[in-house]
Design a protein around this ligand. Structure first.
Ligand code: UGA
Length: 435
């Protein structure tokens, strides 16, 4: 099928490549000339394992092209996927302006046969406003359905090609027919299909992210209790996770969630619930956000407990991206901690295999080499659990630092081997006996 994908950020670029991998003819559209040029050259503008290689393949076989504006070529697509961003506004609500701008550009290109498919994360009710925007623009009634995306950074392509479910919100089945056809290779493998109304489809996405955020903040709230009572939140998570109704995923305690989705989506959801007059239904999400923010603050408190006045103290932070296998720094817990420590006077050096280029903060020293980053540190903080930091040789690391104290912000270090190498190990949610 001929498909256009509008908006080539994380979601759009990955979705465009995934659709081409499924055998479709894809036209990626973004008004950012640099993005279009980069993707056309086979360069993905962000770090995502496997995506560059897949892009090279689909560029080579001619199944994907990129352009800045609609033209006859893109207008003849049967499906138009809306993948533009919905960033957070100062009041917490989601900004849907890019979506409305995209639909206004797209409207003149539509035919009676074309189907518009919304994939962006939106406040419930947006699709019906978009339909309103399209209404009256043509002699026919343009078809618009909603199809949320659940890909995670770091495993984005795999998640797109082998999703655990496909959710489609359409007014009626015939509207969704073309989309079902496009996803046929995925659906034929037995992937569950959930067909709902358009509002439910919009809600599924934010509800899923809200649940995930709640799970992380739940275990981090338990970490606060554990710290106050002498218990161990990692062992607690392990123990409760054996109950299948609870499950052990998303119960990793540490410095909390960040990224371009979970924090923004819970705030946007709260703002939308307020607009709908049911704000109190999501009061708990305000607390989820607060627990998450407190974990970042806790690391600063722990650093002060160790070092006293932070002025001039040398602190090394291992990992600055919001999660491993990503160079995304949006709302990164590790980066915010680095900034808070620096604001308190510490000399902070950050290292990361992929994300350093985006730091751009003069107060922070960036150092790509982990051993050089550790050199002379009076405190080490593990901020992002990249494999290379989990597997770091504690004896070799010990030789670099001035003081062998590490705060494990992600609870991934092997405590006994670090202690054997002479380290004092502090971890969130645990009361580790360092002898
Ligand atoms: C999240 C969702 O997981 C995806 O399903 C969704 O499609 C995506 O947002 C989106 O809305 O586009 P992502 O932002 O890539 O995906 O990251 P996650 O893997 O969910 O991790 C989010 C944050 O939670 C990270 O900072 C991670 O370190 C933290 N986290 C995760 C924990 O602190 N503990 C855990 O147990 C799990």
């Amino acid at each position: 099928m001929k498909i256009s994908v509008i908006g080539l950020g994380y979601l759009g670029a990955t979705h465009a490549v995934a659709m081409a991998k499924l055998g479709h003819q894809v036209i990626g559209i973004d008004n950012d000339q640099a993005k279009v040029a980069s993707l056309s050259r086979g360069k993905v503008p962000f770090f995502e394992p496997g995506l560059s290689q897949a892009l090279a393949e689909v560029l080579a076989d001619g199944s994907i092209t990129f352009q800045q504006e609609h033209n006859q070529h893109s207008a003849s697509a049967e499906l138009h996927f809306l993948c533009v961003g919905t960033p957070q506004q100062p009041d917490g609500s989601a900004n849907t302006d890019y979506l409305f701008a995209a639909i206004r550009d797209l409207a003149p290109q539509l035919s009676a046969e074309s189907l518009v498919v919304g994939k962006s994360t939106v406040p419930v009710g947006t699709a019906s406003r978009l339909r309103g925007e399209l209404a009256g623009k043509a002699e026919f009634e343009p078809k618009l359905v909603w199809n949320p995306e659940f890909l995670r950074e770091g495993t984005a392509l795999e998640d797109s090609l082998t999703p655990d479910r496909i959710v489609i919100g359409a007014g009626n089945r015939s509207d969704a027919e073309k989309l079902l056809q496009a996803y046929k290779p995925i659906l034929d493998r037995g992937t569950p299909l959930v067909e709902v109304d358009v509002q439910t489809a919009e809600l599924v996405k934010v509800a899923a992210n809200a649940f995930l955020a709640t799970k992380v903040s739940f275990i981090n709230a338990m970490a606060e209790i554990a710290e106050a009572s002498g218990a161990d939140a990692v062992a607690l998570a392990d123990a409760i996770g054996y109950d299948e109704r609870i499950g052990n995923k998303y119960l990793r305690t540490g410095i909390g969630f960040g990224g371009g989705c979970l924090p923004k989506d819970i705030r946007g959801f709260v703002a939308r619930a307020n607009e709908l007059g049911v704000g109190s239904s999501l009061d708990f999400l305000v607390e989820v956000d607060k627990v998450n923010q407190r974990r970042r603050q806790r690391v600063v408190e722990l650093a002060k407990l160790e070092l006293g006045d932070l002025a001039g103290k040398r602190i090394a932070i291992l990992g600055i991206a919001f999660k491993p296998d990503s160079d995304d720094l949006r709302d990164s817990p590790a980066l915010e901690i680095a900034r808070m420590l620096s604001a308190a006077g510490a000399k902070v050096t950050v290292t990361d295999p992929e994300a350093l280029a985006g730091v751009g903060d003069e107060a922070l020293t960036t150092e790509p080499d982990v051993m050089a980053a550790l050199s002379g540190a009076e405190l080490v903080i593990l901020g992002t659990e990249w494999r290379q930091y989990r597997d770091l040789d504690p004896a070799a690391a010990a030789e670099q630092v001035a003081t062998k104290t590490v705060i494990d912000g992600r609870n991934v270090l092997d405590v006994s081997s670090w202690q054997q190498a002479g380290w004092c190990v502090i971890a969130l949610g645990r009361n580790i006996d360092n002898g």
